[in-house]
Design a protein around this ligand. Structure first.
Ligand SMILES: Cc1cc2nc3c(=O)[nH]c(=O)nc-3n(C[C@H](O)[C@H](O)[C@H](O)COP(=O)(O)O)c2cc1C
Length: 328
């Protein structure tokens, strides 16, 4: 019987399939169901930086109304904690009592700030880890790439200073020097990079001339970008790599492991097919391992990465060859 266990940021996972942060991981029942279907870990739905900031700011009012005494401010801050934060901590407590696999809290943010202190409460509530989903849209022409990237370092340094539980950084591929940044980010103390997040994207309705949301879910053809980057960075960055986006079946799972991922995070397929699909993916993984004579994931993890591949340059090729460009 193949051993499907893996490790992620020092956590022991019984399988390499992680239920990614989304609205399906927002209750203890759903998290338990994901674990029952074989998930090695579950990342809870995210809290947003703004939710954490707002709750304190609402009671404190604007700057002109600031309390004179710092103690009074602290007091109000504590008691202004809205339902969302309270409910989130309760969810973590319930999961830590009732769920047998590691449960990772998640925060979406765009800046370091007061919200970072909430990470401590997440740790105290019993989360096994924290995933920080950072995205700075590089759309401001007055900001250099170095300025944009500094935000990632500032956030992650602040979070890893605040907690002792392992921290994962979920990022996009919108970096001008992704390999350079990915190699440098573990200096902040993170245990993992999750590549890549999937964002809300706008689309255009050509009849009404209005904006509309692009499809919410990924497709099975969307895994190539993260596969390439996992393969190119595997063995070169000082933290674990987790693949996300477009993993819909066991073949894509196996490919990401061969490229060097410790695990995959999946969301869209859970919406499309339900948590049971985790079991199907794991059965496919086991079948694959039996077929190729692998008894544990370490027998093949990273074997097709750029570092170990017989044709490393193929991972970097980005121009279509002349052969393809002649096709009409
Ligand atoms: C409906 C929906 C809600 C999501 N909500 C969150 C979220 O709150 N926080 C987060 O970090 N990622 C969120 N994601 C992104 C997923 O965690 C995942 O990284 C992304 O969808 C790529 O994986 P997939 O191709 O398997 O969907 C969401 C994705 C979907 C489809």
């Amino acid at each position: 019987m193949a051993d499907l266990s893996t490790t992620w940021m020092g956590l022991e996972l019984k399988s390499p399939v992680i239920a990614a942060s989304c609205t399906l991981t927002g209750s203890v029942e759903q998290v338990s169901e994901a674990a029952r279907c074989g998930a090695g870990a579950v990342v809870l739905k995210s809290l947003f930086e703004e939710q954490i900031q707002q709750d304190a700011a609402r009671s404190l009012g604007g700057n002109e109304q600031r309390f004179y005494y710092a103690q009074a401010e602290d007091y109000i801050r504590e008691y202004s904690r809205g339902d969302a934060l309270w409910a989130y901590l309760e969810l973590i407590r319930a999961c830590s009592r009732e769920v047998s696999v590691p449960v990772i809290a998640s925060i979406n943010c765009v800046s370091p700030g007061e919200w970072v202190q909430f990470a401590r409460e997440i740790e105290e509530a019993g989360a096994d880890g924290l995933e920080v989903n950072i995205f700075v849209m590089p759309s401001d022409p007055s900001k250099s790439s170095a300025e944009n990237e500094k935000v990632y370092f500032d956030v992650l340094n602040a979070v890893t200073r605040a907690v002792r539980i392992p921290v994962a950084a979920k990022v996009s591929s919108y970096f001008s020097a992704l390999a350079h940044t990915a190699e440098a980010l573990p200096s902040t103390g993170i245990g993992s990079l999750v590549m890549f997040n999937r964002f809300f994207s706008p689309d255009i309705d050509i009849d009404t001339l209005e904006l509309k949301p692009a499809p919410l879910f990924s497709t099975p053809a969307d895994y190539y970008n993260s596969l390439r980057w996992i393969a190119m960075l595997s063995g070169r960055v000082g933290c674990d790599l987790v693949a996300s986006t477009g993993v819909h079946d066991s073949d894509a799972l196996v490919k990401q492991l061969l490229a060097g991922a410790k695990a995959v995070e999946i969301a869209s397929v859970l919406y499309l097919k339900g948590f049971e699909e985790i079991r199907t993916m794991l059965e496919g993984l086991e079948e694959y391992m039996d077929r190729l004579g692998f008894s544990s994931l370490s027998d093949f993890q990273g074997r097709m990465s750029m570092k170990h591949s017989l044709h490393p340059a193929a991972w970097e090729r980005s121009q279509f060859m002349k052969h393809f460009s002649d096709i009409s």
